[in-house]
Design a protein around this ligand. Structure first.
Ligand code: ADP
Ligand code: MG
Length: 611
């Protein structure tokens, strides 16, 4: 395994410029073209060429006479060295670490295009990783003084078939990915090793690299079958009050390449691995699209890779993407895909911020370095320390007694809360920061309106509940109708005794509404059982109405139409009062059968009067 020694480059402290906190930072993108291999003829013939230090041209597949031009933050041609790339695009990023801000450097491109060569390199051509580690160690040593003391630790993981594996501790497989209250992504349980110098780093990194999953494919003898992520933690502690602490993370990622399985000749396990790799790269592309379009849902959670990169893309880190491409024609469509991904990635804007914490009780002296195996991120997310400029907001649901609310209302509240947090969008915690300002304002307005609506609904609900509590018990009693048999039971409660039992004879017969004055239709056969005293009182009420009611009052009775009501009033004028309800049969055109049916129909409705 390689031992990485680089030429002497030193960073001077004077070179650091303090970046304004919370200033937006666009994702930087550079492209590296590897030297051509093969005969240079046919499929090995080149289809890409550089144009200056920022642009390149590629053949237009629709018309070979045409070239398509792409412009990036930097372009490194076939003759460029590891040193050129490191000094030109990578090293300027490292200063952010000393400012307590995160940085990410990511190699992207198809298998065989030079990602691992760029990130790792070889003993005689060390890549970004060994150079960056050496410089970070040097920088922190140089910057350590009375005011700030620095320490560095490292973690190394790979994402293989959607599982996070700890390369420093291979027994730890499928670790979870979480987000702390500051929206930093972390992997609880991941091993962190403190490193004081470059040999410490090599002693962990070289054996761990052997744990990486690689396999030969037709395009690359040691094709990376996983995404490899090296994490460098830079912690700094203030030497005097208020003993502030800052933590920054450098994320160095060597992605597995997108693969065309026909070209790689993948089968079986290789094909399965390739499926996982291609899926995660597809999600990565969707994440960039969503960020560029300012969509409310960014699908970070759709793959482990994008979840891990959440703070690198659209999040809190300064990010650099190195797109590696190959010049040969047989790579043409892979190259085109990589260039398009790179082009759209440079529109993504991150919001880096300094991560500074103060100890809750100012200790006279804090340890200057994390001497344990556990780095700052291995601690409980958002531990006992007080965050600067962070206002802890309570979730909406905690402000309301959910158990007292209607389920539909609770669901609405939780949905609203999810929208506010951005969990529905997969962009948890920073849902609005990634969208353009205009759309953000609209979303904020919508949330405020929903919140107001929710509050008024809650108030209404509470009012209704209060009313229900004070409502008289009798109201509820009246609605009770018991089955026939139950009413026959000898022991009746006071409440049950007041109940009238009705049973329709003949199963399944439907009750037909009676037309007023319908002479010929037979009344339905109803069997009514009623306490005799209630029956008498009910009849008395009907009789009173028949004797005193106006035409309109009479029409309020069941089975009395306008014509019958007029006849009743006319009968009254002629004969005086009805002596009993059954006398109704004396009215012209009203039969005894109709009177019986009239009685049955009206006895129930006069109960209210009896009560
Ligand atoms: P990837 O990681 O993208 O699959 P590698 O980094 O493994 O590709 O590169 C494939 C082969 O090409 C390796 O043998 C590597 O040494 C070689 N290679 C890639 N880029 C360069 C370069 N810029 N200069 C020289 N050789 C390179
Ligand atoms: Mg590789």
């Amino acid at each position: 395994m390689a031992v990485f020694m680089t030429s002497n480059q030193r960073l001077s402290r004077a070179g650091f410029r303090r970046a304004p906190v919370n200033a937006p930072a666009r994702v930087r993108v550079c492209v590296r073209l590897r030297p051509g291999v093969g005969t240079g003829q046919g499929q090995d013939a080149p289809c890409v060429r550089g144009v200056g230090s920022h642009s390149l041209e590629i053949l237009n597949w629709r018309n070979e006479m045409e070239m398509m031009k792409y412009h990036f933050d930097a372009f490194y041609g076939e003759t460029s060295t590891q040193h050129d790339i490191y000094m030109g695009s990578v090293q300027p990023f490292l200063r952010h670490l000393l400012e307590g801000q995160n940085a990410s450097i990511l190699a992207y491109g198809p298998t065989g295009a030079g990602k691992t060569h760029t990130m790792l390199g070889s003993p005689d051509q060390p890549g970004v990783i060994p150079r960056a580690v050496r410089d970070v160690l040097q920088m922190t040593r140089d910057a350590s003084g009375d005011e700030w003391k620095y320490s560095v630790s490292m973690s190394y993981l790979e994402i293989y078939q959607e599982k996070v594996l700890d390369l420093l501790e291979p027994s730890l497989r499928d670790l979870p990915i979480r987000e702390d209250c500051n929206h930093h992504i972390l992997v609880p349980g991941l091993t962190q090793k403190p490193i004081m110098n470059f040999s410490d780093f090599e002693s962990y990194f070289l054996p761990a690299s052997c744990n990486r999953t690689v396999a030969p494919t037709q395009l690359n003898q040691r094709s990376s079958r996983s995404h490899a992520v090296l994490l460098l933690w830079v912690s700094q502690t203030q030497g005097w009050p208020p003993y502030a602490r800052r933590a920054a993370k450098l994320c160095l990622i060597d992605l597995a390449g997108s693969e065309n399985n026909r070209r790689t000749g993948n089968q079986g396990l290789r094909l399965k691995e390739s499926g996982a790799i291609n899926t995660s790269l597809f999600v990565l592309s969707k994440v960039v699209d969503a960020l560029n379009q300012g969509l409310p849902r960014v699908p970070y959670r759709d793959s482990k890779l994008t979840r891990l990169l959440q703070d690198s893309l659209g999040g809190s880190a300064h990010s650099l993407i190195i797109a590696n491409i190959a010049p040969e024609k047989r790579y043409y469509f892979d190259t085109l895909t990589s260039l398009n991904f790179a082009a759209k990635s440079k529109q993504v804007v991150n919001k880096p911020f300094m991560q500074e914490t103060l100890p809750e009780i100012a200790a006279p002296k804090r340890p200057s370095a994390d001497s344990s195996d556990e780095g700052p991120e291995a601690k409980r997310p958002c531990s006992e320390e007080k965050k600067l400029n962070v206002v802890e907001e309570k979730p909406l649901s905690s402000l309301l007694p959910l158990e007292n609310l209607e389920p539909a209302l609770v669901q609405r509240l939780l949905r609203l809360e999810a929208l506010e947090k951005g969990t529905e969008s997969g962009n948890r915690g920073l849902p609005l920061l990634n969208t353009p300002r205009k759309e953000r304002l609209v979303l904020q307005k919508q949330i405020e309106e929903k919140w107001r609506e929710l509050q008024s609904l809650t108030e209404k609900q509470q009012e209704m509940e209060a009313k229900q509590e004070h409502a008289p018990a009798k109201l509820r009693k009246q609605a009770v109708v018991l089955p026939f048999k139950q009413a026959q039971t000898p022991e009746k409660t006071e409440e049950e005794e007041e109940i009238i039992i009705i049973k329709q004879k003949g199963k399944g017969r439907k009750r037909k509404p009676l037309a007023p004055n319908s002479e010929n239709k037979a009344p339905p056969e109803w069997e009514v059982t009623m306490r005799p005293d209630l029956l008498t009182r009910s009849k008395g009420n009907i009789l009173a109405l028949l004797n005193t009611g106006s035409e309109k009052d009479l029409m309020n009775l069941h089975r009395i139409g306008k014509k019958t009501a007029q006849l009743i009033v006319a009968w009254r004028d002629l004969h005086g009062l009805f002596k009993k309800v059954e006398d109704l049969a004396e009215v012209e055109g009203v039969s005894k059968k109709q009177v019986a049916s009239f009685l049955k129909a009206n006895i129930l409705t006069t109960i209210g009067n009896i009560e």
